[in-house]
Design a protein around this ligand. Structure first.
Ligand SMILES: [Zn+2]
Length: 163
C-alpha cells in the first residue's frame, strides 16, 4: 500500500532510507545508472519528497516494523463488552500498530484500505493491524479478546521522559 514519507536517515552503509508513516523504512538509493534518484543526495531534494508516498510491501503483508514494542493494552473483552467503537471502522494513530489477541472463541476481522480482506481470528494467531489502516471487528459468537498497541520504542522512551 502507498505510505507517506515522514523523514530520511542513512543506514550503516551510508545508504539513504526513507522513513514511512507506518514505521517501516525503505532504501532510496541514488545508484546510477540502475537507480536514478539524484534528489536523495541533497537536503533540499529530500525535503521535496516529504509527504509523498512509496509503496510499502511490508504493510501489504502486515509485517510489524522491526524494533517495535508493545506499550499499552486493553482489558479483555467478551461478546457482551466488546466496545462498539471496535466494531465500526476505525484506525490506529500514525506509527501505532495493534495486535488483536483472541483467548477463546473467534471473531471476524475486516481490514479496509486499498486491498480489503476478511479474516477470522482464533487463539494463537493474532490479527495484525497496520498503522492508520481502517479496520473493524465483527462478532461471530462467544469469544474473549484484547488489543495490544505497538510502536517504536524510542518514542516511548521520549514520552516517558516528558511525563
Ligand atoms: Zn509499511
Amino acid at each position: 500500500m502507498e505510505r507517506e514519507i515522514t523523514g530520511f536517515h542513512r543506514d550503516a552503509n551510508a545508504d539513504w532510507v526513507a522513513e514511512l508513516v507506518c514505521g517501516h523504512g525503505q532504501h532510496v538509493r541514488h545508484d546510477p545508472p540502475f537507480r536514478e534518484r539524484p534528489w536523495v543526495t541533497s537536503p533540499g531534494g529530500r525535503a521535496t519528497r516529504l509527504g509523498k508516498t512509496l509503496p510499502c510491501a511490508l504493510c501489504d503483508r502486515r509485517v510489524l516494523p522491526e524494533g517495535f514494542a508493545p506499550y499499552r493494552r486493553t482489558p479483555v473483552f467478551d461478546e457482551t463488552t466488546l466496545p462498539g467503537a471496535l466494531q465500526s471502522a476505525h484506525t490506529t494513530k500514525t506509527g501505532v500498530w495493534a495486535l488483536i489477541h483472541v483467548e477463546r472463541g473467534e471473531i471476524g476481522y475486516h481490514v479496509g484500505g486499498e486491498a480489503p480482506e476478511d479474516e477470522v481470528l482464533r487463539p494463537g494467531a493474532p490479527g495484525v493491524v497496520p498503522a492508520t489502516v481502517e479496520h473493524h471487528l465483527v462478532l461471530r459468537g462467544p469469544m474473549a479478546c484484547w488489543v495490544e498497541f505497538w510502536r517504536a520504542p524510542d518514542r516511548s522512551v521520549e514520552r516517558a521522559r516528558m511525563e
